[in-house]
Design a protein around this ligand. Structure first.
Ligand code: C2E
Ligand code: MG
Ligand code: MG
Length: 408
């Protein structure tokens, strides 16, 4: 920092982390891991200029500091980027570890600095950039930028608040009606909302990814299932609502829990809900993650009497061969296809194909995101049996849904 103040030139700090170092240690032993650390250190030293600094902070973390990169921030950033890429290339060349050829990959986070910075701030920024580099798929270099910081700050604040949201009863379920070809309500999809004291009504796309990353989706998902089953039970006594199905979205992390089947069973029994009125929505990507585990769990849940719908169908990499092996009752055509119907598009062909395939496999087909009469007519004419979308209704709070059902 002192040197920067005198020179008035920017410097850069590079946080470097070896990708998969632990795996190497675990499989080849620590001696081989040590050899790699030594080789990486030597290569880093060979690349930097005289006067630059290379250090190992511990474990597989190295820090390189380069000074005198330029007086203008753009110029300094460009130089730092070039030097960072040189570091990457140097490490990526195959490394001989006791006769074993190893391809080492590293992630680099870069922070520029001048005399106005503090060391703590600088380290925090380079660390954030490194975190982004890792998230971007590794063996890459990322610069710190202020929007990144703002996003991280918002995320930590949201995370702290989301931890409290369940206890404070800020989470709510909205319900979007699903209708048949005569536009009679046949059920509803439960959709999460977060009634935040300051931010207002937060949509699921803004907090479910966070809930997934932090594991908060587990208690939240449990609560959604319990609430849906309680609703199914409470609808039993009313002729208007008795036949309705409630669809619940299940996230991958929730489904992968070893005791997920037992959880579903326990909730159904505790609530006394008729399992035939419950429908679990799974996505293609969830199913594909681990097909064998998926099939086993789906079959067990199916035996409880619960139904399955394949959400966002067509957007993933569905393999038709496993589709027939899964106990799926319903395919849900993703709204990205529905949106582009009637523009003589490939989406028309895909939609028709999904409907035909679903019927051939004895699954029923529902379309989501139906917004116009024309879309509805197209789908209906091609054999789609169920519909969901703004054309019929937006997602509604429970009382409004019940009102909607009563009005017929
Ligand atoms: P999804 O399961 O595909 O849900 C359908 C989404 O489409 C909902 O958005 C719904 O409001 C929206 N939508 C319905 N009709 C229309 C339409 O006509 N036009 C357009 N443009 N959109 C329509 P929402 O409520 O924001 O939910 C987004 C996603 O969040 C859901 O996608 C689902 O993946 C996830 N999600 C919601 N609730 C839960 C939950 O309880 N658990 C889990 N794991 N995920 C949930
Ligand atoms: Mg859904
Ligand atoms: Mg969907």
């Amino acid at each position: 920092m002192g040197a920067t103040a005198r020179s008035k030139l920017y410097g850069a700090i590079f946080f470097i982390d070896l990708d998969n170092f632990k795996a190497l240690n675990d499989t080849r032993g620590h001696d081989v891991g040590d050899l790699l650390l030594i080789e990486v250190a030597q290569r880093l030293r060979a690349v930097v200029r005289e006067g630059d600094t290379v250090s190992r902070q511990g474990g597989d973390e190295f820090v390189v500091m380069m000074e005198y990169l330029g007086a203008e921030v753009d110029e300094a950033a460009a130089t730092a980027k070039r030097l960072g890429e040189t570091l990457l290339e140097a490490i990526n060349r195959p490394i001989n570890l006791n006769g074993y050829e190893y391809h080492c990959k590293i992630s680099i986070g870069v922070g520029l600095f001048d005399q106005r910075d503090t060391v703590e701030e600088l380290f925090k920024r380079a660390d954030l950039a490194l975190y982004q580099a890792k998230n971007a798929g590794r063996n890459t270099l990322r610069f710190f930028d202020p929007s990144m910081q703002a996003a991280m700050d918002l995320r930590s604040a949201l995370e702290a608040e989301l931890r409290q949201a369940l206890n404070l009863k800020q989470l709510q379920l909205y319900y979007q009606p699903q209708v048949d070809a005569e536009r009679h309500v046949i059920g509803a999809e439960a959709l999460l909302r977060w009634q935040h004291p300051r931010r207002g009504l937060v949509q699921p796309d803004d907090f479910i990814p966070l809930a997934e990353d932090t594991g908060l989706i587990l208690p939240i998902g449990l609560w959604v299932l319990e609430t849906a089953c309680t609703l199914v039970k409470s609808w039993e006594d009313d002729a208007c609502t008795r036949q309705l199905q409630v669809a619940v979205n299940v996230s991958a992390r929730q489904f992968r829990q070893t005791d997920f089947v037992a959880q579903v069973q326990r909730i159904i029994e505790a609530s006394g809900a008729n399992p035939a009125r419950l429908k679990l929505e799974l996505t293609e990507s969830l199913v594909l993650e681990d097909v064998d585990d998926t099939i086993a769990k789906m079959q067990a849940i199916k035996r409880l009497g619960v139904n399955f719908s394949m959400d966002d169908f067509g957007t993933g990499y569905s393999s038709l061969s496993y589709l027939a092996r899964l106990p799926i009752n319903q395919l849900k055509i993703d709204r990205s296809f529905v949106r582009n119907l009637l523009r003589n598009s490939s989406e028309e062909i895909i939609t028709r194909t999904i409907i035909t395939m679903g019927r051939g496999l004895a699954m029923d087909v529902i379309a989501e995101g139906v917004e116009t009469e024309a879309q509805y007519e197209f789908l209906e004419a091609h054999g789609c049996q169920a519909f969901q979308g703004y054309l019929f209704s937006r997602p509604l709070p429970l009382e409004e849904l019940e009102e909607f059902v009563r009005r017929g």
